[in-house]
Design a protein around this ligand. Structure first.
Ligand SMILES: Nc1ncnc2c1ncn2[C@@H]1O[C@H](COP(=O)(O)OP(=O)(O)OP(=O)(O)O)[C@@H](O)[C@H]1O
Ligand SMILES: [Mg+2]
Length: 363
């Protein structure tokens, strides 16, 4: 069990590229923290620095209160599952699982016992004698995970551990990892670029973009109060709708767009912060579930239904409002006909406002 603390950790690669900039956060003992962000944002860089495989250019990394910047990987008591893990093809599952322990000089009995325990946990018991080539993708992935689990480390670092699996297997392994974490209670950092995986697994999520931390919070807080346009657009599928315009107050709030003016109404909850933006350019953010067909008096805009995507339990309406595509998430029984003009209203207490210049949330 362990706590981890990063204080202004930076990575500058020899070619001058800043892989990670000024990362500061704490990981609580037993927490499952998810790092999420697009390809190249610095996720693997950060994990490799925690594991000691990559030097830290500046800042400090502590585990359980001890500075570990210069501690060798093998002395950090951290186990990492790599993004492109490779199993030893000539070794059986049991040998693959036990390899790291044997390398560390554990006794044969010890290795056998740990391998058996982990194989049971990952339901690999009846595959212990198989070679990796004879395993399915999911089984291989579990062996890769098992190699880290057998070590009983202080911290697990998992770098996109499910990326090689098909959608269905990903889903069941995701639940599996959540269950394992609950059972073992080991401090874990889980890297993914998949926002659904991040939302469902993470107790807290660190959102990274371009080597910079954008926001750290619980999944639901990130969803409800994204700190900037990047986080707002990254989390949520279909993505949040963005409407650019100038904010103006008459009887109620109005957003003047190039081709239309939207009546936003009262907006009592945000009025103090919005008051300061009266007459300024902003970006209005509306989640697809907060844009709904509405009767006359509640309508903010009229949009044409272009494409209807029925998912089964819900339907995505791809709409066109002037030159602007919008997405609305509705229930199946609300499905309109294509090409219909629909009046749409906003859930006004769940609207998001961002500064058009800085992209930061207006709170
Ligand atoms: N050894 C290196 N030298 C120079 N630049 C590097 C090196 N390793 C990584 N980078 C760069 O640092 C940035 C972060 O890379 P990193 O591998 O951490 O991204 P990532 O978030 O893990 O992406 P992915 O989702 O594709 O795995 C990228 O722009 C990458 O090109
Ligand atoms: Mg990576």
């Amino acid at each position: 069990m362990a706590t981890v603390r990063l204080d202004r950790v930076r990575k500058i690669y020899p070619n001058g590229h800043v892989g990670l900039d000024d990362a500061s956060f704490d990981i609580a003992d037993g927490e499952l923290l998810v790092l999420v962000g697009p390809s190249g944002c610095g996720k693997t860089t950060l994990l490799r620095m925690m594991a000691g495989l990559e030097s830290i250019s500046s800042g400090t990394l502590s585990i359980d209160g001890h500075l570990v910047n210069d501690v060798a990987p093998k002395d950090r008591d951290i186990a990492m599952v790599f993004q492109n893990y490779a199993l030893y093809p000539h070794m059986s599952v049991a040998e693959n699982l036990g390899f790291g322990l044997r390398l560390r000089g554990k006794s044969r009995d010890d290795v056998e016992r740990r391998v058996r325990d982990v194989a049971r946990l990952l339901e690999l018991e009846n595959r212990l004698d198989s070679k990796p080539a004879a395993l399915s993708g999911g089984q291989r992935q579990r062996v890769a995970l098992g190699r880290a689990l057998v070590r009983e480390p202080k911290v697990f670092l998992l770098d996109e551990p499910l990326s090689n699996l098909d959608a269905k297997l990903r889903l069941s392994m995701r639940v599996e990892i959540a269950r394992l974490h609950r059972q073992l209670g080991t401090t874990t950092v889980y890297v993914t670029h998949d926002q659904v995986e991040a939302m469902t697994l993470g107790q807290r999520i660190v959102v990274l973009d371009g080597g910079k931390i954008q926001q750290i919070d619980t999944p639901m807080n990130l969803y409800a109060r994204p700190a900037n346009l990047f986080v707002a657009g990254f989390l949520g599928s279909p993505a949040m709708n963005f409407l650019h315009g100038r904010l103006r107050r008459e009887n109620g709030w109005i957003l003047d767009m190039t081709h239309a003016s939207l009546m936003l109404g009262d907006l009592r909850t945000q009025s103090a912060a919005l008051e300061r933006r009266n007459g300024h350019d902003i970006v209005l953010g509306v989640r697809p579930e907060d844009l709904q067909p509405a009767a006359d008096e509640a309508a903010a805009l009229t949009a044409v239904v272009e494409v209807i995507e029925p998912i089964g339990n819900e339907v995505f309406l791809n709409l066109r409002f002037g030159d602007k595509p919008l997405v609305s998430r509705v229930l199946p029984h609300q499905m309109p006909a294509p090409s219909t003009a629909l009046q749409m209203g906003f859930a006004t207490d769940r609207l998001h406002f961002f500064d058009a210049g800085s992209g930061m949330r207006i709170a």
